[in-house]
Design a binder for this molecule. Structure first.
Ligand code: FEO
Length: 397
């Protein structure tokens, strides 16, 4: 039920093995997730965050077995999003006057969600809360990833409670980073960064540098999703600095959808040309109708360049391509090249449309793109191969 983290710090959250979609249907969670809540039992008792609303009663019932609820002195609401604040209404029914510590934006957001006049206490960076022998130090972390987000540091135990930052949607009964499969852990970690934190990368770097500048000893990072970083916690901090710095690998992703296989054939021939142009580059193809969009976005994040393909339909592009491009636009990727391609039978607008969206999304567009009328014949396939070859030559890592 609870899990001891260090000394008087306990995990009291929920492991959600069943979750397959998060943020509505916006984020795929192939490996489930965890909602991490923490209980600190010093002279004063503090509770960090709660869990998602469907687990409210289970959470409060389990918490009441750990501690007499009336003995909780402080609730720390590091972030108001429902996956962490969802059990607050149920908890506050039992202890309605308990002070809730959060940022100014946290008050707005919690009131906006629950319309309750709870006992809010606004904190700012550097504010401290005594638990007796130890103190909690608050650090505002706006846009990591909401305006209300904050970190908190527990002195003596040297624990950073980082809320969503450094997290992963990853269910594991092991709960510690050194116990789980490392490939799974980092694959979920980079997916989480790519899909959630990419637009805020400049703020990620700034905040990490600010915290490192405090020269605080760091033994453990307690995130609000996935594993707790107790073994070399600095490794995830270093990864974040890397990911936030316009991260890219020697990879080109070709993402497309197709109606009668013409655009698929183009994608495959372009891939052939890329390989001819650069034997070292990792070329990956993703049919958007068959692949999970968040996994594809992770691959876009890792790529130095992308090629996006769609046939023309009703003077537009296929919905799977339009959908992922909308999401890619919001993620504000930087320092990536791009090109568009697609088959057409009549009007043939798709390539122009894709290029316009990619340009608006901040990609460096290499040219006007490649269109093929009807099903690619030998000559068209040769032009696709040549197009891929030239593209590879133009995007060195
Ligand atoms: Fe895990 Fe932003 O909520």
């Amino acid at each position: 039920m609870s899990l001891n983290i260090k000394n008087n710090v306990y995990w009291v959250g929920k492991i959600d093995w069943e979750l397959r979609k998060f943020h509505g249907g916006e984020y795929s969670t192939h490996r489930g997730t965890t909602y991490n809540s923490y209980l600190i039992k010093e002279d004063k008792i503090a509770l960090f965050d709660t869990v998602w609303a469907p687990f409210s009663k289970e959470f409060v019932s389990n918490l009441a077995k750990e501690i007499d609820l009336s003995k909780i002195d402080f609730i720390i609401a590091s972030h108001a999003e429902i996956d962490h604040s969802g059990a607050l209404p149920e908890l506050m029914r039992h202890i309605p006057n308990t002070p809730i510590y959060c940022t100014k934006n946290g008050v707005k957001s919690l009131q906006g969600h629950y319309h309750q006049d709870w006992n809010f206490n606004v904190v700012k960076t550097g504010d401290r809360l005594s638990l007796g022998q130890k103190e909690l130090v608050f650090i505002e972390a706006p846009m990591l990833h909401w305006p209300d987000s904050m970190f908190c540091y527990l002195t003596e135990d040297n624990i950073l409670f980082s809320n969503d930052a450094f997290g992963q949607h990853y269910a594991s009964e092991y709960m510690f980073n050194d116990l789980v499969d490392q490939s799974e852990l980092f694959s979920e970690g980079i997916k989480y960064y790519a899909n959630i934190l990419t637009p805020y990368s400049p703020m990620v770097i700034k905040k990490i540098k600010e915290i490192l500048g405090f020269n605080l000893p760091l033994d453990i990072i307690c995130t609000s999703h996935g594993v707790i970083w107790r073994n070399k916690p600095e490794q995830i901090v270093e990864r974040y600095l890397d990911w936030a710095d316009n991260y890219q690998e020697n990879q080109i992703s070709i993402i497309y959808d197709t109606m009668w296989n013409g655009t698929r054939v183009m994608a495959e021939k372009i891939a052939k040309g890329i390989k001819e142009g650069d034997k070292e580059v990792n070329v990956k193809l993703f049919n958007l109708d068959k692949r999970d969009k968040n996994d594809v976005i992770t691959e876009v994040f890792k790529s130095k360049a992308i090629m996006v393909g769609s046939p023309t339909i009703n003077r537009g592009i296929l919905v799977s391509v339009a959908g992922i491009l909308e999401e890619i636009k919001g993620l504000k990727f930087k320092n990536k090249k791009a090109a568009a391609f697609g088959c057409y039978g009549w009007s043939g607008e798709s390539v122009k449309i894709i290029n316009a969206i990619l340009k608006e999304s901040g990609f460096n567009i290499v040219d006007e793109g490649l269109r093929v009328m009807w099903n690619p014949d030998n000559e068209s396939m040769a032009s696709c191969i040549e197009y891929g070859r030239q593209f590879a030559l133009n995007v060195p890592l």
